[in-house]
Design a protein around this ligand. Structure first.
Ligand code: ADP
Ligand code: MG
Ligand code: MG
Length: 884
C-alpha cells in the first residue's frame, strides 16, 4: 500500500523527491539529534494526485489523523483542546528549493475558544491574540485568496489609530481589534467566516498548499530555473514553536558561511519577539546574528554547535531557520544554502582546502552561469559622487537603470528595452516578475535574509536592501531620500550591490576582478585563487578542447589569454568591410576584366596582411579560417537608396550614364532573401576568383610566417555547403592554389574541411567526409534552417510569445535543441566517422559557449567547441564539469 504520510522521525535515508527538500532535511536533522519540533510530511505524490484529480487521494485523511494522534501523544496536548490547544504549522516544501514561492500557514488550531485557552495557559493574552491575527491573515491569503494588502491595511490602520509605529507596541486590546477586523474581511471576501473547526482548518490548509504549486509566481520561478512543472510540493505539518512569545523569544536565519562572499564567520540575522515570517518578509529589520551572543548566550552557543553539525553533515554551506521560545532553541529548517557566484567559488575551493570534498566535487558545485556573473563589469573606483542613500550590500554587482516603483512598471519598461531598477519598500513573492525584468533591486526595509536579498542572490541580480532613508510615495511616483531630496520614477540611479551604495545618475563600470585576472593584470585575492584552482582542475579533467571564434588578431590574443587552444572560426567577412567594401563591389559588379583584376589584387594584399598578423598571434595553435560567407547585400550598395538618388537626379535634369549603370547592376544582383541566396560556398562557385584570392592570401601568409621561423597549424573551411559536389568544386580550386604556392615557396600544410550548417549537409555528412578532413558544425545557421526560423526576426516577434505560452521552454538559439538540431549533429558525426574514423568534429555556433549545449556535445563525442573569447573560461569550466 502507498503511504502518503511519513513522520519526521521515520528511519532510513530521506527521499527528497517524495518528501521535498524541507521535509527530507527536517527528517535528516531529527536523525542527527537536533532540536526540531516534531511533525510529519505529506508526500509530493499526494500533491500530484490532488492536482491531477482535484481531490486528495483516498486514505490520506486517515493517515493524517493517525500521525496527528501520535504527535498529540508525543507533546501531550491536542489540536482543538480548549484548555491547552496544540497549534500546527502547515508548510510547503518542494524537491527543489523554491524559497518563498509557495505558501505556509502558521498557528493552525486557533479559534474563538482555543485562543482563550492559549492565553490562559501561557498567561499572555496579547501573545495568543497575536497568533490568532496571524492565522487569520495567512489562512485568509492562502486558502481563500483574500488579498494580503487588505490584512496589512487593517494592521496599519489600527497602528495609526493607536498612534504607534511598530506591531509590538499594540496592546492586547488593539490586537483584538485587528483580529475582529481580519475576521470581517472573511465575510466580505470569502463569503464565509473563518472556519472554527481545527480539523477543517488543517485539511483546507493542506489542500491550499498543494494548490500553491500552481500559483503564478511559483510557475514563473520554475520556468526561470528550469524546474519541471509536474513534481508537486510536499506538505510538512509541524508543531508550532513561538518566537513571538516575548523578549526571551525570537526568530532568525543563520548561514554557516557568508552567502555573499563565502567568508567564514557569524552570518545571519535575529529578530527578537517575532514569528519567522517577520524576518523573511522584512517587516522589521533584524539585528546581526552576532548580537544574539549578548541577547541569549546559551542559545547562541547551541546554535553555533548546530551549525557545525550541519555543515559537517552536508559538507557544504547551510542556511538555517531557527526560533527561540523562552530561551529554548528550535531548528525549523535547513538546506544547502543559496549563495552568490563569488561565494560559490570561494566555498567550493575552501571546502577542498579544509579536506571536506574532492576537487571533482568542488567542480560540480560551481557553474558556468556563476562564472559568467563574475565576469560582468563592476563600478569604477569611487568617482567623488556622494551616495544618494546607503543600504545593506545584499547581492553583489553593478546595476544602472531607471527607477521603477512596482513590478508591472518594471516589466512594461523593460519590455520596451529600458534598463530598470526595481525600488520597493520590501519585495514579496509577487514581485518576482519585476525582479526578473530589472537590472537591480533596491528596498527600504529588510535585511540580508529578506526576500529581496535571497531571491536576488539566487538570480545573480545586484541588490541593496534596507536603505532606511528611502521613503517611497506610490501616489506621487517618487522616492524621498532624506534631507528634503527626492527622485522621481524614471530617474537613472546606480546601485552597488557590493558596497550597498546608491548613486544618482549612471556610474562608469570597469572590468570585474576575474576579467582583470584573466587579462593578466591581477594575481592575488581569495576569489581569484578559487577561480584559478577550479579552472585548472577543469582543464585537467576535460575531454573537449576549447577554441575561440576570433576574426582579428586582437580577438585572437584575448582568446589565448583566456585559455583558448586555438581558433575554431575566423570569419573573413570583416576583411571586406569598411573601405574594403568597394573592392568586393568591383569584383562582383565589375564591367571589365581589368577592373576586376585590380580589385582582386588589392584584396589579396589586404587579406594577406590580416592572415599574417592572425597567424603570428596564434603561433602554432590550430587556426581555422573560413572562406567568405556573408550574404552579399551587406557588401553592396543599398538598392532603394540608389533608386531614390537616381530618380531625384533624373528629375533635376538627368542622371549620368554611370548612375544608371550602377542602378542596373544593383538591380541585377539584388536578392529577396539574401540569407538563403548567394552566400557561402555558392559565392565561391559563382565567383571562383574570390576563393582563389582568399586561398592565395592565406597560403602566402602562412609561408611568410613559417619562413620567419613561426609555427603554423592551419585549417581552411568552406561555409554553407549542402552537397559533396560543392565541396569538391571548391577543393579543386584550393588545391590548385596550394600546389602553385608549394612550387614557389615550398609545401604549406593545412587541413581542408567544411562547415555543417544546412540540414542537407548534416544528412549527407558521410559523403562530405570523403573530401573533408574535419567538420565544423555552425549551429546558428543549422538551427535557423532546421527550424525555418529567421533568427533576427523570430527573436523579436515569435520567441518571446512562445516562451510565455510555454510552447518552447527555451530559445533554440540560446541552448541546443537536443531533439532536433542536436540529433542532426549526432547522426552527422556518426555518418562521417563511419567513412573517415579519425575525422575531427567541432561546434562553432554560439552554442559552443552555452553550458547545457557543451554537456550535450561532450556526450555525443564532439572533439572541440569554439566560442567567443569572453565565453572561453565558461566553456573550459563546463567542459570539465561535463567530463565528470
Ligand atoms: P518558506 O519555504 O517560505 O521558507 P517555511 O515553511 O519555512 O516557508 O515557513 C516560513 C516561516 O514560518 C519560517 O521562516 C519559520 O520561521 C516559520 N515557521 C515554520 N514552521 C514553524 C513552526 N513549526 N513553528 C514556528 N514557526 C514556524
Ligand atoms: Mg513562505
Ligand atoms: Mg523557510
Amino acid at each position: 500500500m502507498i503511504r502518503y504520510v511519513h513522520s519526521f522521525s521515520s528511519f532510513g535515508t530521506p527521499d527528497r523527491l517524495l518528501l521535498g527538500g524541507k521535509g527530507a532535511d527536517l527528517a535528516q536533522m531529527v536523525q542527527l539529534g537536533l532540536p526540531v519540533p516534531p511533525g510529519f510530511t505529506i508526500t509530493t505524490e499526494a500533491c500530484r494526485h490532488y492536482l491531477e484529480n482535484g481531490a486528495e487521494p483516498p486514505g490520506l485523511q486517515r493517515e493524517v489523523s493517525r500521525d496527528l494522534a501520535l504527535l498529540e501523544e508525543q507533546v501531550g496536548h491536542r489540536l482543538g483542546d480548549i484548555a491547552n490547544p496544540l497549534l500546527l504549522a502547515v508548510r510547503s516544501g518542494a524537491a527543489t528549493s523554491m524559497p518563498g514561492m509557495m505558501d505556509t500557514v502558521l498557528d493552525i488550531g486557533l479559534n474563538d475558544r482555543t485562543v482563550v485557552g492559549l492565553a490562559a495557559v501561557t498567561g499572555d493574552e496579547r501573545f495568543a491574540l497575536d497568533c490568532y491575527r496571524r492565522l487569520l491573515q495567512m489562512f485568509g491569503e492562502t486558502v481563500f485568496g483574500i488579498p494580503d494588502d487588505l490584512f496589512a491595511g487593517v494592521l496599519d490602520a489600527v497602528k495609526a489609530e493607536r498612534g504607534v509605529e511598530q506591531d509590538l507596541e499594540l496592546d492586547a486590546d488593539a490586537v483584538r481589534v485587528v483580529v475582529e477586523r481580519n475576521k470581517a474581511l472573511y465575510d466580505q471576501h470569502a463569503g464565509r467566516p473563518m472556519p472554527q473547526d481545527p480539523q477543517e482548518q488543517l485539511s483546507l490548509a493542506v489542500d491550499a498548499v498543494f494548490r500553491s504549486w500552481h500559483s503564478d509566481r511559483a510557475a514563473l520561478y520554475r520556468r526561470r530555473n528550469g524546474i519541471s512543472d509536474d513534481l508537486g510540493t510536499a506538505v510538512n505539518v509541524q508543531v508550532m514553536v513561538f518566537g513571538n512569545r516575548g523578549p526571551r523569544s525570537g526568530s532568525g536565519v543563520a548561514f554557516t558561511r557568508d552567502p555573499a562572499t563565502g567568508d567564514l564567520g557569524d552570518y545571519g540575522e535575529y529578530l527578537p519577539t517575532a514569528q519567522g515570517e517577520d524576518v523573511v518578509s522584512g517587516v522589521r529589520t533584524a539585528v546581526p546574528l552576532a548580537h544574539l551572543r549578548d541577547i541569549d548566550l546559551a542559545s547562541y552557543r547551541r546554535l553555533r554547535s548546530v551549525m557545525g553539525t550541519l555543515e559537517r553533515h552536508y559538507r557544504d554551506m547551510c542556511d538555517i531557520e531557527f526560533t527561540i521560545e523562552e530561551g529554548r532553541l528550535w531548528i525549523l529548517q535547513t538546506r544547502v544554502g543559496k549563495r552568490s557566484p563569488a561565494a560559490a567559488f570561494r566555498i567550493a575551493a575552501d571546502l577542498v582546502e579544509e579536506g571536506w570534498i574532492t576537487r571533482d566535487e568542488a567542480l560540480l558545485r560551481v557553474t558556468g552561469e556563476q562564472l559568467t556573473q563574475l565576469m560582468f563589469p563592476r563600478f569604477e573606483a569611487p568617482d567623488g559622487r556622494k551616495e544618494l542613500a546607503v543600504g545593506l550590500a545584499a547581492s553583489p554587482g553593478a546595476a544602472v537603470g531607471r527607477v521603477v516603483l512596482d513590478s508591472a512598471t518594471a516589466v512594461e519598461w523593460a519590455g520596451r528595452g529600458e534598463d530598470v531598477i526595481l525600488v520597493r519598500k520590501e519585495t514579496r513573492p509577487e514581485d518576482l516578475a519585476g525582479m526578473v525584468a530589472a537590472k537591480g533591486v533596491l528596498t527600504s526595509r529588510g535585511g540580508r535574509t529578506s526576500h529581496a536579498a535571497v531571491v536576488a542572490r539566487a538570480m545573480g541580480l545586484p541588490c541593496v536592501c534596507g536603505a532606511g532613508a528611502l521613503e517611497i510615495d506610490l501616489d506621487k511616483r517618487q522616492v524621498s531620500v532624506g534631507a528634503g531630496r527626492t527622485i522621481a520614477e524614471g530617474d537613472v540611479i546606480s546601485l552597488d550591490g557590493a558596497s550597498g551604495g546608491v548613486f544618482l545618475g549612471a556610474r562608469r563600470t570597469v572590468d570585474s576582478e576575474v576579467v582583470q585576472w584573466l587579462e593578466g593584470g591581477l594575481r592575488d585575492g581569495e576569489l581569484i585563487s578559487a577561480v584559478a584552482g577550479l579552472l585548472d582542475h577543469a582543464d585537467a579533467v576535460r575531454r573537449l578542447r576549447i577554441r575561440a571564434n576570433a576574426d582579428t588578431h586582437e580577438d585572437a590574443a584575448r582568446a589565448m589569454r583566456f585559455g583558448a587552444e586555438g581558433i575554431g572560426l575566423c570569419r573573413t567577412e570583416h576583411m571586406f568591410l569598411g573601405d574594403r567594401r568597394t573592392y568586393l563591389q568591383r569584383v562582383i559588379l565589375a564591367a571589365d576584366e581589368h577592373e576586376r583584376t585590380s580589385a582582386l589584387a588589392q584584396l589579396l594584399r589586404l587579406q594577406r596582411g590580416d592572415f599574417e598578423s592572425l597567424l603570428a598571434e596564434t603561433d602554432g595553435q590550430v587556426t581555422a579560417i573560413r572562406l567568405l560567407d556573408a550574404p552579399l547585400h551587406e557588401f553592396l550598395p543599398d538598392l532603394t537608396q540608389m533608386a531614390v538618388r537616381v530618380a531625384l537626379a533624373e528629375k533635376r535634369g538627368g542622371a549620368t550614364r554611370l548612375d544608371r549603370r550602377r542602378l542596373a547592376d544593383a538591380q541585377r544582383v539584388h536578392e529577396e532573401n539574401p540569407m538563403t541566396g548567394l552566400r557561402g560556398v555558392r559565392l565561391g562557385i559563382v565567383h571562383p576568383d574570390l576563393v582563389r584570392t582568399q586561398a592565395l592570401a592565406l597560403f602566402e601568409a602562412a609561408a611568410d610566417v613559417r619562413d620567419r621561423g613561426g609555427r603554423v597549424d592551419l585549417e581552411l573551411m568552406v561555409p554553407l555547403v549542402s552537397t559533396a559536389a560543392e565541396l569538391e568544386f571548391v577543393q579543386t580550386l584550393v588545391m590548385e592554389v596550394a600546389e602553385d604556392v608549394a612550387r614557389r615557396r615550398g609545401d604549406v600544410d593545412f587541413r581542408f574541411g567544411t562547415m555543417v550548417e544546412t540540414p542537407r549537409a548534416a544528412l549527407t555528412a558521410g559523403q562530405l567526409a570523403r573530401s573533408a578532413e574535419f567538420l565544423s558544425f555552425g549551429t546558428n545557421d543549422l538551427t535557423q534552417l532546421t527550424w525555418g526560423f529567421s533568427r533576427d526576426d523570430v527573436e523579436r516577434s515569435v520567441l518571446p510569445r512562445y516562451l510565455d505560452a510555454g510552447v518552447l521552454r527555451q530559445s533554440p538559439f540560446a541552448s541546443i535543441d537536443v531533439d532536433g538540431v542536436g540529433s542532426l549533429v549526432k547522426s552527422a558525426v556518426e555518418q562521417a566517422r563511419a567513412v573517415r574514423p579519425e575525422i575531427a568534429a567541432g561546434v562553432c555556433g554560439e552554442h559552443g559557449g552555452d553550458p547545457a549545449s557543451i554537456h550535450f556535445f561532450d556526450g555525443i563525442g564532439i572533439d572541440y567547441v569554439s566560442c567567443s573569447p569572453f565565453r572561453i573560461p565558461v566553456a573550459r569550466l563546463e567542459a570539465g564539469r561535463a567530463a565528470l
